[in-house]
Design a protein around this ligand. Structure first.
Ligand SMILES: Nc1ncnc2c1ncn2[C@@H]1O[C@H](COP(=O)(O)OP(=O)(O)OP(=O)(O)O)[C@@H](O)[C@H]1O
Length: 614
């Protein structure tokens, strides 16, 4: 029986039933050119034409599908053609017509084609197909709304009756009590939610009744309870707001610099309507009408309805409140992120190229451990630990081929393989990838060349670079200053090359400028058991030994540090590569670097002037 066949499943089965011969028969009968001419339809002129049109379309599709050797391309073309046509159904009652045709065929002299056609028209799958057709043609998929009550008094002219069919989804609106009048009002309508899609409920509408129950004197929670208990159709009687709010705001995209969990926020007006997000998520802000609570979607999930997020203003207020409530906290999270004088660098080993400064990373290891530990203190503040703006406005940026390349910054815990990957990448194409030459105040050694291993500068010159914010990172080691300048990076970029540098995470914010447009790749260790295996023969550098095997504690420390880096700086990472198999990681790095240069990426809006925005 037709009812047992799902209409959508019927189509492929039906099409598979059709042989070229039966298709031909269908078309011939529809055209009225069967060898045995069809008798005139009994139910008025033109009765067969919809069927004919249907059969013709069907024929052309089926013949394409079954006969052409390049059928998939042709099916695609066919679908494209239909997409543009904006099809209007020839009939909304194909099932009735089909029955009539079967009746006519019964009286028509028998031929194999006619018999086959009758068989097709009576096939349950075909009937299900027609049933699906009629359902769509009659637009019968909307739920049936109950009739309006006919006892609405004249005086209720200003009332609006709104019927919404609530299936599994939430209503998509929040309510509140008016402080002065005690009225229950629609507080906000969530974008993309049921209420908004209906176009019948607006923020500011006054609720009078829900499902025939007066809400007068009820608390919002009691109304919510009525709504929660309602299944299927919900009928609201509302006094419409005099001027429904118009959302004329521009869609804004932001990068979340904090994480947010509505379940842990007692101040959110409606927990269920909250949108949880992680650091680094890109959010589309769809409504900023409320100064405290915005509506947003994640770009990874644009099809869903929006959720509530705290506004910039609200988060900053919370940050301030948190700060003042912690009088004995060192407030480390409010310090500038650049480490004013980390114990960083040391001379490069003669056998290594410029920029592969082993002991520099060794010294950093100590410095960032300390800094990350300090950062843990501010993590206690949860979402409130962000340093500055909780959201950063972003736009899509596509580098023009004539633009300079974006700086590639590699970040990772010591020993994870940042230098190894950078070395391998540069080795792949030294004419295309290059490191920046660092500066030092120590004197040049006999085998060194100015501008190759280092730029050798005086302490005064070095300090003036620091004071004019031209150093991406710097530090002191054994009485000498070492650091990488913005100009050294620019020199590489000016040559049309891609500058690849490793940076401590604390330095990311310094590098994040319109000038360099850095693309930050986090190199992450894999899990302990994989690391034990892959690092069996790997050598690490320690204070005293150049080549020392990794111990379990070293791997554990690497894992812990990676986790802390992600927690504290994850919002700045454009891409994450797990360095398990070195070759795979290198291939991933190459592909990420290419994508960074050639494909559109989200970057801070301040990096891009409006005319280059895509
Ligand atoms: N995926 C991998 N599989 C095996 N060995 C690896 C892998 N990645 C890196 N190594 C090895 O691990 C050691 C440490 O790597 P590397 O020197 O690049 O670390 P790093 O992140 O630069 O840390 P540091 O700054 O402390 O030197 C090197 O011997 C390197 O060859």
């Amino acid at each position: 029986p037709v009812q047992t066949v799902c209409p959508l499943q019927a189509l492929p089965q039906f099409l598979s039933l059709l042989t070229p011969r039966s298709t031909w028969a269908l078309a011939r009968v529809a055209r009225g050119s069967s060898t045995q001419p069809l008798s005139r339809p009994r139910h008025g002129p033109g009765c067969l034409s919809p069927c004919r049109a249907f059969a013709r379309d069907l024929k052309s599709q089926v013949i394409r599908m079954t006969l052409s050797p390049r059928h998939s391309l042709q099916v695609y073309d066919c679908l494209q053609e239909f997409k543009e046509k904006k099809l209007v159904p020839a009939t909304t009652h194909a099932q009735t017509l089909s029955c009539e045709v079967v009746g006519i065929l019964r009286e028509t002299p028998k031929s194999p084609e006619i018999q086959e056609l009758r068989q097709i028209l009576q096939d349950p799958h075909f009937k299900a197909l027609l049933s699906a057709h009629d359902t769509v043609a009659q637009k019968d998929f909307e739920p049936l709304l109950p009739p309006l009550p006919d006892n609405i008094p004249e005086s209720e002219e200003a009332m609006r009756i709104v019927c919404l069919v609530k299936n599994q989804q939430p209503l998509g609106a929040t309510i509140k009590r008016h402080e002065m009048t005690g009225d229950i009002l629609v507080a906000r309508v969530i974008h993309g939610g049921l209420a908004e899609r209906s176009g019948l409920l607006y923020a500011g509408d006054k609720l009078v009744e829900v499902n025939g129950v007066s809400v007068e004197g009820l608390e919002p929670e009691q109304v919510i309870h009525i709504l929660a208990m309602s299944r299927g159709t919900i009928m609201f009687k509302v006094v419409p707001v005099s001027a429904p709010p118009v959302n004329s705001q521009k869609m804004v995209y932001v990068r979340a610099m904090i994480e947010y969990w509505p379940q842990e926020d007692p101040t959110i007006p409606c927990m269920d309507a909250g949108l949880p997000f992680q650091k680094g998520d890109i959010l589309q802000i769809v409504d900023q009408n409320d100064a405290l609570w915005w509506q947003a979607r994640k770009i990874s999930d644009l099809g869903t309805c929006a959720g509530l997020i705290p506004s910039n203003h609200l988060l900053k207020r919370k940050q301030r409140e948190f700060w003042w409530s912690q009088p004995y906290q060192p407030h480390a999270h409010l310090k500038p992120t650049i480490c004013e004088c980390a114990n960083i660098s040391a001379p490069v080993c003669a056998s290594q190229g410029a920029g592969f400064r082993r002991s520099m990373r060794l010294c950093r290891r100590k410095s960032h451990l300390g800094q990350l530990r300090a950062a843990e203190v501010c993590k206690a503040g949860g979402c409130l630990s962000a340093l500055a703006a909780p959201y950063e406005e972003v736009v899509r940026y596509q580098r023009c081929p004539s633009d300079k390349h974006r700086l590639i910054v590699l970040v990772g815990p010591s020993g994870v393989g940042v230098n190894e990957l950078r070395r391998q990448l540069i080795e792949l194409n030294p004419n295309h990838f290059q490191s920046a030459v660092p500066h030092t105040t120590r004197s040049k050694k006999s085998y060194e060349m100015d501008g190759r291993e280092y730029h050798y500068v005086s302490k005064e010159t070095f300090e003036s670079l620091v004071y004019s914010h031209r150093m991406l990172e710097y530090g002191e080691y054994k009485g000498h200053l070492y650091g990488t300048s913005v100009d050294a990076v620019q020199t590489v970029l000016d040559e049309g090359k891609i500058c690849v540098m490793d940076l401590e995470p604390q330095g990311i914010q310094v590098a994040r400028t319109q000038e360099l447009k850095p693309y930050v790749i986090f190199i992450k260790p894999s899990n302990m058991s994989c690391m034990k295996q892959s690092r069996k023969n790997a050598k690490m550098i320690t204070d005293y030994f150049v080549d020392m095997k990794f111990k379990d504690e070293d791997l554990q420390e690497m894992e812990d540090l990676a986790q802390k880096m992600e927690t504290q700086f994850g919002q700045f990472f454009d891409h994450v590569i797990v360095n398990d198999n070195l070759q795979d990681a290198c291939a991933q790095l190459l592909s990420a670097v290419q994508k960074a240069q050639e494909e559109p990426q989200w970057v801070p809006a301040t990096w891009v002037s409006s005319d280059t925005e895509s």
